[in-house]
Design a protein around this ligand. Structure first.
Ligand code: ATP
Length: 218
């Protein structure tokens, strides 16, 4: 399902999240005080706006309450990050994810209701985007802006089905290149063998096709 994200603050982290989500087929609204940052993400966002996240009138004007997800990726200005988070939470946005600069910042963000707090220095932006949008994606490698390899957990819904039945290539345009069971990696999986719950499917494809497969089959 296509989701609506607003990303406030387009430094390295914010713009990377913006691009990832956009390539995954989501609607992305990018906001930054700096016009050059906005220009840099123009091709990777659905809408853009030059403005300040701490400005309540602006948040009202852009209809921030209508977004499912808001990512606050304001960096050095901790005060602006906290104030923006507060305003966004006041608008009852259900998922507010915020980049923290340090542990004190992290604690304050949790107290004021941030739903997830990140330290991107420890985690890559693209990995976070993949992980956040799915409970079943375990790992993720970017091949290009559009293509990736993912490790995906086979859930109850998929277990018992064979590769022949699923036919991800025909139905979704993506390919299962290997199946992992415990420490064993099978690079020539038997197409007639049923997939077990807990198997890890290693898949390659266009990010949108991979997402369609995950949402369709799992
Ligand atoms: P990164 O590590 O992700 O590159 P950083 O920690 O260096 O980021 P900054 O560059 O300080 O963080 O901020 C990230 C972005 O947030 C910048 O593009 C900046 O213009 C923007 N920004 C800062 N304050 C605000 C604000 N109040 N409203 C909207 N955007 C803001």
């Amino acid at each position: 399902m296509r989701k609506q994200f607003a990303v406030i603050g387009l430094g390295r982290f914010g713009s990377s999240i913006c691009k990832e989500l956009y390539h995954m087929g989501h609607e992305v609204f990018a906001i930054d005080t700096d016009e050059t940052k906005i220009t840099a993400v123009k091709d990777f966002s659905t809408y853009t706006f030059v403005g300040n996240g701490t400005d309540e009138a602006l948040l009202e004007k852009v209809g921030i309450r209508n977004f499912n997800y808001v990512i606050v990726a304001i960096g050095d200005d901790i005060q602006a990050s906290i104030l923006t988070t507060l305003h966004v939470k006041d608008h009852n946005v259900p998922n507010v994810w915020v980049k923290a600069q340090n542990n004190y910042h992290h604690k304050v963000l949790e107290k004021i209701g941030a739903d997830r707090v990140f330290h991107p220095e420890k985690e890559m932006g693209s990995r976070i985007a993949a992980y956040l949008t799915s409970d079943t994606v375990l790992d993720y490698i970017d091949l290009s802006a559009d293509y990736s390899i993912i490790e995906m957990l086979a859930t109850k819904k998929i277990s018992g089905k064979t590769l022949i039945e699923l036919d991800p290539r025909k139905n979704y345009g993506c390919t299962i290149i290997a199946i992992k069971q415990l420490d064993k990696v099978d690079v020539t999986p038997d197409p007639a063998a049923p997939i077990q719950k807990g198997d890890i499917l290693i898949m390659i494809g266009d990010k949108r096709d991979l997402r369609r497969f995950r949402e369709g089959e799992l």
